[in-house]
Design a binder for this molecule. Structure first.
Ligand SMILES: Cc1ncc(COP(=O)(O)O)c(C=O)c1O
Length: 347
């Protein structure tokens, strides 16, 4: 058994806004044009970056990231959840931005090193250490609008976090946006900064007009995902989510929920969900969001075609809570890691 590092107090992750507290160590690898990513092999003190005002990422959206978590285990040790899958997804996004793709092993090493160096900031469950690998284009040339950045920088830092949605596990209100898509169809799969900028307008409008916590993007009746999480329907028998294509982010939590759901005996359906089915399901079943930050977040109310539709009785449902518990138990080592999702790290 590893004994936990002495926690470092930088603020309370359970009351501070999600993502506003930071560990002080960072791992950085830089790649010059034509070269390889060069990493010193260890974390360093996190400082502000200094960059030329003409840096590519500041102008042309050459920026992408990942979001994963390290969990303090029940025995006090620390483990990263689904490291391989997040590193693999990051390299796919980088390729979509036409920047030099770092080796997946390098991404994983830099994540592990960053987590170990920031281990003292990892809160106990239900908190976690949120990990933010980021890759930006660093070419200095404002004429490079139509060319990818030929140099880049990969860095990984960490943020101790509590709940993503203020108020903990509570039923969310979701506005179903049937006109504006979250992003472009070919870019939905990329975890690129620009996608989040595109989702801002509809999200702010839905908050102002409908008091919504989040937007479910369903342009032309095609239910995909929310601004920062995937979307599920569940009842006592079936677990239903949109089938994968390039139009939305392939959530690692989504894939975990599907695997856990199958383990628990749910019938798994990955397919198109129509707005009619959504309304019908709301009358009798449950709905939830899934994501690294959101975990499994119950939906209590839908704002659909201007109507307020209660999902079930409007409260977190038994199936949603069962799946959430099963997921978080694996994440903290309270249930067997049957799928091999945890990577133990020092700390
Ligand atoms: C747009 C979007 N969809 C889905 C997800 C869920 O993905 P994951 O479960 O890998 O965190 C996220 C969160 O990262 C997201 O930003």
């Amino acid at each position: 058994m590893t004994s936990p590092a002495t926690p470092v107090e930088i603020g309370d992750p359970f009351t501070a806004p999600f993502g506003s507290l930071f560990g002080d160590q960072i791992t950085i690898a830089k790649r010059e044009a034509g070269g390889e990513y060069e990493y010193s092999g260890s974390a360093e003190q996190m400082e502000n970056f200094s960059m030329h005002p003409a840096t590519h990422a500041l102008h042309y959206g050459s920026t992408c990231f990942e979001g994963l978590k390290a969990f303090r285990q029940q025995d006090g040790s620390l483990a990263i959840f689904r490291l391989d899958d997040h590193a693999a997804r990051m390299t796919k996004t980088v390729a979509q931005l036409y920047m030099a793709v770092p080796d997946t092993e390098l991404v994983k090493t830099m994540i592990i090193d960053a987590v170990e160096a920031n281990a003292a900031y990892a809160p106990d469950s239900p908190g976690s250490l949120y990990i933010r690998p980021t890759l930006i284009g660093t070419q200095i040339n404002i004429g490079a609008a139509a060319t990818p950045s030929d140099s880049s920088m990969l860095f990984v830092f960490c943020s101790p976090v509590g709940d993503y949605f203020a108020g903990g596990v509570r039923p969310l209100t979701i506005h179903v946006e049937t006109e504006t898509p979250r992003t472009t169809p070919q870019f939905g799969r990329a975890k690129a900064g620009a996608n989040y900028a595109m989702a801002l307008g509809p999200t702010l409008d839905a908050k102002a007009a409908h008091g919504a916590d989040q937007v479910l993007f369903a342009s032309e009746g095609d239910i995909t995902e929310t601004g920062a999480a995937n979307f599920f329907l569940v009842d006592d028998d079936r677990l239903i989510t949109r089938e994968l294509d390039d139009s939305f982010l392939h959530g690692v939590t989504r894939s975990s929920v599907l695997a856990i759901g199958a383990d628990l005996g749910y019938r798994i359906e990955e397919r198109h969900i129509s707005l009619e089915e959504l309304a019908e399901h709301a009358g009798r079943g449950e709905a939830f969001l899934s994501g690294t930050a959101a975990v499994i977040a119950p939906v209590g109310t839908l704002k659909l075609h201007g109507e307020t539709v209660s999902v079930g009785d409007g409260q977190p449902g038994a199936n949603t809570l069962k799946l959430r518990q099963a997921l978080t138990d694996i994440q903290i080592g309270a249930a067997p890691d049957a799928h091999g999702w945890l990577t133990p790290v020092a700390g």
